[in-house]
Design a protein around this ligand. Structure first.
Ligand code: MF3
Ligand code: CO
Ligand code: CO
Length: 239
Protein backbone atom coordinates (compact mmCIF):
# COMPACT_ATOMS: atom_id res chain seq x y z
CA UNK A 1 0.00 0.00 0.00
CA UNK A 2 2.89 2.36 0.77
CA UNK A 3 4.54 1.66 -2.57
CA UNK A 4 1.31 2.23 -4.51
CA UNK A 5 0.59 5.38 -2.50
CA UNK A 6 4.05 6.80 -3.12
CA UNK A 7 3.64 6.21 -6.85
CA UNK A 8 0.26 8.00 -6.81
CA UNK A 9 1.91 11.00 -5.10
CA UNK A 10 4.84 11.02 -7.53
CA UNK A 11 2.44 10.80 -10.46
CA UNK A 12 0.40 13.82 -9.31
CA UNK A 13 3.61 15.79 -8.67
CA UNK A 14 4.80 14.83 -12.16
CA UNK A 15 1.59 15.75 -13.97
CA UNK A 16 1.22 19.05 -12.08
CA UNK A 17 4.04 20.45 -14.24
CA UNK A 18 1.99 19.86 -17.39
CA UNK A 19 -1.31 21.40 -16.28
CA UNK A 20 -1.49 24.58 -18.32
CA UNK A 21 -3.70 26.26 -20.92
CA UNK A 22 -3.65 24.37 -24.22
CA UNK A 23 -3.06 20.84 -22.96
CA UNK A 24 -5.80 18.29 -23.62
CA UNK A 25 -7.04 15.89 -20.99
CA UNK A 26 -6.02 13.05 -23.33
CA UNK A 27 -2.42 14.30 -23.25
CA UNK A 28 -2.61 14.35 -19.44
CA UNK A 29 -3.91 10.77 -19.55
CA UNK A 30 -1.16 9.57 -21.83
CA UNK A 31 1.62 11.19 -19.76
CA UNK A 32 0.18 9.55 -16.62
CA UNK A 33 -0.07 6.14 -18.27
CA UNK A 34 3.54 6.33 -19.46
CA UNK A 35 4.85 7.51 -16.06
CA UNK A 36 2.94 4.78 -14.23
CA UNK A 37 4.30 2.00 -16.44
CA UNK A 38 7.85 3.36 -16.31
CA UNK A 39 7.69 3.22 -12.52
CA UNK A 40 6.46 -0.35 -12.29
CA UNK A 41 2.76 0.36 -11.81
CA UNK A 42 -0.47 -0.38 -13.60
CA UNK A 43 -3.35 2.12 -14.02
CA UNK A 44 -6.35 0.76 -12.11
CA UNK A 45 -8.99 2.85 -13.93
CA UNK A 46 -8.09 1.43 -17.38
CA UNK A 47 -10.74 -1.20 -18.08
CA UNK A 48 -12.25 -0.92 -14.57
CA UNK A 49 -15.96 -1.70 -15.10
CA UNK A 50 -15.30 -0.63 -18.69
CA UNK A 51 -13.71 2.76 -17.94
CA UNK A 52 -11.81 3.55 -21.16
CA UNK A 53 -8.78 5.56 -19.93
CA UNK A 54 -6.00 5.48 -17.31
CA UNK A 55 -6.95 8.49 -15.16
CA UNK A 56 -10.05 10.61 -14.54
CA UNK A 57 -9.95 14.27 -15.59
CA UNK A 58 -12.86 16.37 -14.37
CA UNK A 59 -13.17 19.98 -15.54
CA UNK A 60 -15.24 22.75 -13.87
CA UNK A 61 -18.84 21.47 -13.41
CA UNK A 62 -17.68 17.88 -13.85
CA UNK A 63 -17.66 16.41 -10.34
CA UNK A 64 -15.67 13.24 -11.07
CA UNK A 65 -15.05 10.34 -13.47
CA UNK A 66 -14.43 12.66 -16.44
CA UNK A 67 -13.04 10.70 -19.40
CA UNK A 68 -9.86 12.16 -20.96
CA UNK A 69 -10.42 13.40 -24.52
CA UNK A 70 -8.36 15.07 -27.26
CA UNK A 71 -11.07 17.73 -27.72
CA UNK A 72 -11.11 18.72 -24.04
CA UNK A 73 -8.42 21.38 -23.99
CA UNK A 74 -7.75 23.26 -20.75
CA UNK A 75 -8.27 27.04 -20.71
CA UNK A 76 -6.95 29.76 -18.42
CA UNK A 77 -9.13 29.93 -15.29
CA UNK A 78 -10.57 26.40 -15.63
CA UNK A 79 -10.21 23.97 -12.76
CA UNK A 80 -9.37 20.34 -13.40
CA UNK A 81 -9.26 17.40 -11.01
CA UNK A 82 -6.81 14.67 -11.94
CA UNK A 83 -7.60 11.41 -10.12
CA UNK A 84 -4.97 8.67 -10.32
CA UNK A 85 -4.91 5.10 -8.99
CA UNK A 86 -1.77 3.11 -9.70
CA UNK A 87 -1.57 -0.56 -8.69
CA UNK A 88 1.81 -1.78 -7.39
CA UNK A 89 2.28 -5.46 -6.50
CA UNK A 90 -1.49 -5.90 -6.42
CA UNK A 91 -2.25 -2.96 -4.11
CA UNK A 92 -4.03 0.30 -4.98
CA UNK A 93 -3.04 3.91 -4.21
CA UNK A 94 -5.88 6.38 -4.92
CA UNK A 95 -5.34 10.15 -4.87
CA UNK A 96 -6.54 13.29 -6.62
CA UNK A 97 -5.94 17.02 -6.68
CA UNK A 98 -7.77 19.94 -8.28
CA UNK A 99 -5.53 22.29 -10.25
CA UNK A 100 -6.27 25.88 -11.28
CA UNK A 101 -5.29 26.15 -14.94
CA UNK A 102 -2.90 29.08 -15.45
CA UNK A 103 -2.82 29.59 -11.66
CA UNK A 104 -5.66 32.14 -11.44
CA UNK A 105 -9.44 31.95 -11.53
CA UNK A 106 -12.35 33.87 -9.96
CA UNK A 107 -12.11 34.57 -6.20
CA UNK A 108 -15.16 32.36 -5.61
CA UNK A 109 -13.61 29.38 -7.39
CA UNK A 110 -10.22 29.95 -5.72
CA UNK A 111 -12.03 29.72 -2.38
CA UNK A 112 -13.86 26.57 -3.52
CA UNK A 113 -10.59 24.81 -4.36
CA UNK A 114 -8.96 25.88 -1.06
CA UNK A 115 -11.98 24.86 0.99
CA UNK A 116 -12.25 21.48 -0.76
CA UNK A 117 -8.63 20.71 0.12
CA UNK A 118 -9.11 21.91 3.69
CA UNK A 119 -12.27 19.75 3.98
CA UNK A 120 -10.23 16.66 3.10
CA UNK A 121 -7.74 17.52 5.87
CA UNK A 122 -10.50 18.20 8.39
CA UNK A 123 -11.73 14.65 7.68
CA UNK A 124 -8.24 13.14 7.88
CA UNK A 125 -7.67 14.77 11.29
CA UNK A 126 -10.52 12.64 12.68
CA UNK A 127 -8.75 9.38 11.82
CA UNK A 128 -7.70 7.43 14.91
CA UNK A 129 -8.73 4.13 16.53
CA UNK A 130 -11.97 4.50 18.48
CA UNK A 131 -13.31 7.28 16.28
CA UNK A 132 -15.95 6.33 13.74
CA UNK A 133 -16.45 6.76 10.02
CA UNK A 134 -19.28 9.11 11.01
CA UNK A 135 -16.80 11.38 12.86
CA UNK A 136 -14.99 11.93 9.54
CA UNK A 137 -18.26 12.68 7.75
CA UNK A 138 -19.58 14.98 10.45
CA UNK A 139 -16.35 17.02 10.68
CA UNK A 140 -16.31 17.58 6.93
CA UNK A 141 -19.99 18.53 6.90
CA UNK A 142 -19.53 20.93 9.84
CA UNK A 143 -16.69 22.62 7.99
CA UNK A 144 -18.39 22.96 4.57
CA UNK A 145 -22.12 23.39 5.16
CA UNK A 146 -21.87 26.73 7.06
CA UNK A 147 -19.91 28.09 4.09
CA UNK A 148 -22.87 27.32 1.84
CA UNK A 149 -21.37 24.51 -0.23
CA UNK A 150 -23.16 21.43 -1.49
CA UNK A 151 -21.48 18.17 -0.46
CA UNK A 152 -21.92 15.36 -2.97
CA UNK A 153 -23.82 12.43 -1.42
CA UNK A 154 -24.03 9.92 -4.26
CA UNK A 155 -20.28 9.26 -4.36
CA UNK A 156 -18.12 8.55 -1.32
CA UNK A 157 -14.71 7.55 -0.08
CA UNK A 158 -14.11 3.83 0.18
CA UNK A 159 -12.02 1.06 1.64
CA UNK A 160 -9.11 0.19 -0.63
CA UNK A 161 -6.38 -2.46 -0.80
CA UNK A 162 -6.19 -5.37 -3.20
CA UNK A 163 -9.55 -4.09 -4.42
CA UNK A 164 -10.11 -0.58 -5.85
CA UNK A 165 -13.38 -0.07 -3.98
CA UNK A 166 -13.87 -2.06 -0.78
CA UNK A 167 -15.97 -1.73 2.37
CA UNK A 168 -16.62 0.53 4.17
CA UNK A 169 -18.05 3.52 2.33
CA UNK A 170 -16.82 6.85 3.71
CA UNK A 171 -19.52 9.52 3.33
CA UNK A 172 -18.53 13.20 3.52
CA UNK A 173 -21.89 14.46 4.84
CA UNK A 174 -23.72 14.09 8.15
CA UNK A 175 -26.20 11.22 7.87
CA UNK A 176 -27.28 11.19 11.52
CA UNK A 177 -26.21 7.56 11.70
CA UNK A 178 -23.40 6.10 13.81
CA UNK A 179 -21.05 4.40 11.32
CA UNK A 180 -18.35 1.77 11.84
CA UNK A 181 -15.42 2.14 14.23
CA UNK A 182 -11.93 2.83 12.90
CA UNK A 183 -9.33 0.17 13.69
CA UNK A 184 -5.57 0.04 13.16
CA UNK A 185 -4.70 -1.48 9.80
CA UNK A 186 -7.78 -0.22 7.95
CA UNK A 187 -7.03 1.57 4.68
CA UNK A 188 -9.55 3.85 2.98
CA UNK A 189 -9.86 7.07 1.02
CA UNK A 190 -11.20 10.46 2.04
CA UNK A 191 -12.26 12.42 -1.04
CA UNK A 192 -14.95 15.06 -0.52
CA UNK A 193 -16.55 16.43 -3.68
CA UNK A 194 -17.53 20.03 -2.96
CA UNK A 195 -19.99 22.01 -5.10
CA UNK A 196 -20.53 25.78 -5.33
CA UNK A 197 -24.28 25.08 -5.57
CA UNK A 198 -26.48 22.06 -4.99
CA UNK A 199 -25.12 18.68 -3.82
CA UNK A 200 -27.20 16.99 -6.51
CA UNK A 201 -25.42 15.45 -9.46
CA UNK A 202 -26.25 13.97 -12.86
CA UNK A 203 -24.77 10.68 -14.10
CA UNK A 204 -24.21 10.84 -17.85
CA UNK A 205 -26.41 8.42 -19.75
CA UNK A 206 -24.34 9.06 -22.86
CA UNK A 207 -20.91 7.83 -21.74
CA UNK A 208 -21.94 6.00 -18.55
CA UNK A 209 -19.25 7.77 -16.47
CA UNK A 210 -19.17 11.56 -16.38
CA UNK A 211 -20.73 12.98 -13.22
CA UNK A 212 -21.72 16.67 -13.35
CA UNK A 213 -23.43 19.05 -10.94
CA UNK A 214 -27.18 19.26 -11.48
CA UNK A 215 -27.10 23.07 -11.56
CA UNK A 216 -23.93 23.42 -13.66
CA UNK A 217 -22.00 25.20 -10.90
CA UNK A 218 -18.37 24.19 -10.43
CA UNK A 219 -17.06 21.45 -8.18
CA UNK A 220 -13.67 20.66 -6.61
CA UNK A 221 -12.17 17.57 -4.96
CA UNK A 222 -9.02 16.32 -3.23
CA UNK A 223 -8.33 12.71 -2.25
CA UNK A 224 -5.82 10.78 -0.17
CA UNK A 225 -5.52 7.10 0.76
CA UNK A 226 -5.15 6.79 4.55
CA UNK A 227 -3.93 4.02 6.89
CA UNK A 228 -5.33 3.89 10.42
CA UNK A 229 -2.40 3.44 12.85
CA UNK A 230 -2.33 2.73 16.62
CA UNK A 231 -1.91 6.44 17.31
CA UNK A 232 -3.86 8.01 14.47
CA UNK A 233 -3.20 7.92 10.76
CA UNK A 234 -0.60 7.70 8.05
CA UNK A 235 -1.17 9.32 4.65
CA UNK A 236 -0.18 6.67 2.14
CA UNK A 237 -0.48 8.87 -0.97
CA UNK A 238 2.24 11.27 0.08
CA UNK A 239 5.88 11.48 -1.05
N1 MF3 B 1 -10.44 7.15 -8.51
C1 MF3 B 1 -11.86 7.16 -8.35
C2 MF3 B 1 -12.15 7.15 -6.87
O1 MF3 B 1 -11.63 7.99 -6.20
C3 MF3 B 1 -12.55 6.03 -9.03
C4 MF3 B 1 -12.49 6.09 -10.49
S1 MF3 B 1 -13.28 4.75 -11.15
C5 MF3 B 1 -12.92 4.92 -12.79
O2 MF3 B 1 -12.75 6.30 -6.30
F1 MF3 B 1 -13.29 3.82 -13.34
F2 MF3 B 1 -13.56 5.97 -13.24
F3 MF3 B 1 -11.66 5.10 -12.92
CO1 CO C 1 -11.27 6.95 -4.41
CO1 CO D 1 -9.70 8.51 -6.87
Amino acid sequence: MRAAGKLAAALLDYISGYIQPGISTLAINDLCEEFTKKNGGKSAPLGYKGFPKSVCTSINEVVCHGIPKAVDVLKDGDIVNVDVTPIVDGYHGDSSRTFIVGGKTSPEVERLVQDAERAMWVGIEQVKPGNRVSDIANAIDDYLTPKGYGIVRDLMGHGIGRGFHEEPQIPHYRSGRKLSKLEPGMTFTIEPMVNLGTWEVIFSKKDGWTVTTRDGKWSAQFEHTILVTEKGYEILTQA
